[in-house]
Design a protein around this ligand. Structure first.
Ligand SMILES: C[S@@+](CC[C@H](N)C(=O)[O-])C[C@H]1O[C@@H](n2cnc3c(N)ncnc32)[C@H](O)[C@@H]1O
Length: 316
């Protein structure tokens, strides 16, 4: 079986994707205890090491190395500061890459890394991975194109060890939103397709904090026949469930509900399903809902990650 090592694993979006492509994940790592709890409840076979990556001295040999290092410095949702030390954790990925020397690697990160103020970090990563002996390609992909019912743009680096003589090509979109008559690809699911079967008011599974002015500074709602807005990690900013009244624009950066009918945010379980996790995903009771939303919102959508992994040439 093909083997993988997973770093910055979170609750395992990348690894859930890999498991659908026939990979066995030998080792995973994250510093967040609840991410490990969720991962182990759903994928108990992996050796998940809890702790700071900087303290891990050696990694098992594997065919593939994957990692989605933190992105707070580049993210729309985070504090945009390219000088923050958290932005340099890619060096730890590079250290593991040089030690393991896998046949291939995949990195996922936010598309904002290519903005002018952080482009030096982006280029530094490309340079390091090439110097480590890999032919590297980078591309921003839209999750919608791979059947994920959510607007989510993500940057991927894929490298293949140079001695293997292969080149990576990113996958063509596997799904379409509006099909032409000769397009046989499946439609991207809508919110109705994805979460329409789940309970309308899953008490205790959604953030009930008031909709503060910042929340209402943009349109957070999508209808049943649309795809979701981006699932974010901060529970307060998670999009509205389509059962909520429509939001109407008052003026720039100010929206209001069109009626007094009850409104709610998507639940953490709905958020997980929209990311592409199973609707039977287990969430252990070792923390409150904010951390559940966080591990889900931080994850890479498993179907997107699987699409990227599946198009690696047969070097195994
Ligand atoms: C973008 S998330 C990765 C999500 C994951 N790839 C998934 O698909 O679920 C980044 C992760 O890096 C972890 N992290 C941050 N600093 C770390 C460190 N020093 N050592 C290990 N993990 C760290 C965070 O806890 C977070 O779960």
């Amino acid at each position: 079986m093909r083997t993988a090592v997973s770093l910055f694993t979170g609750c395992g979006g990348s690894d859930a994707g890999l498991s659908t492509c026939g990979f066995e994940v030998l080792m995973a790592n994250d510093v967040l205890a609840y991410a490990k709890d969720v991962y182990e409840a759903n994928m108990p076979e992996t050796d998940y090491r809890l702790g700071d990556i900087r303290k891990i001295k050696s990694f098992p040999k594997a065919d593939l190395l994957v990692g989605c290092y933190p992105c707070q410095g580049f993210s729309q949702a985070g504090v945009r500061d390219p000088s923050r030390s958290i932005n340099y954790l890619y060096r730890e990925f590079d250290r593991a890459l040089r030690q393991i020397k896998p046949k291939a690697f995949i990195v996922e990160n936010v598309a904002g890394m290519r903005r002018a103020d952080s482009i030096h970090l982006y280029e530094n990563q490309l340079r390091r991975f090439r110097l480590a002996g890999y032919k590297v390609k980078a591309k921003v992909l839209s999750a919608i194109d791979y059947g994920v019912p959510q607007e989510r743009m993500r940057l991927f680096f894929v490298g293949i060890r140079s001695d293997l003589g292969e080149t990576y090509e990113f996958p063509e979109p596997t799904h379409v939103q509006l099909s032409s008559s000769d397009d046989t690809r499946p439609f991207v699911p809508t919110l109705k397709d994805a979460i329409g079967h789940l309970p309308e008011w899953p008490t205790g599974e959604y953030d009930e904090q008031p909709f503060h002015w910042y929340y209402l500074s943009r349109n957070r709602r999508r209808g049943w026949h649309e795809v979701s807005k981006t699932i974010v990690a901060n529970s307060r900013h998670v999009p509205l469930h389509p059962i909520s009244p429509v939001l109407t624009r008052l003026h720039t950066d100010s929206w209001k509900f069109s009626s007094d009918a009850p409104a709610r945010r998507l639940s953490y379980r709905e958020a997980a399903v929209i990311q592409g996790f199973s609707d039977r995903m287990k969430f252990p009771d070792t923390c409150g809902i904010a951390l559940r939303y966080r591990v889900v919102g931080n994850a890479v959508p498993p179907p997107l990650f699987a699409a990227v992994a599946r198009t690696i040439p047969d070097i195994w």
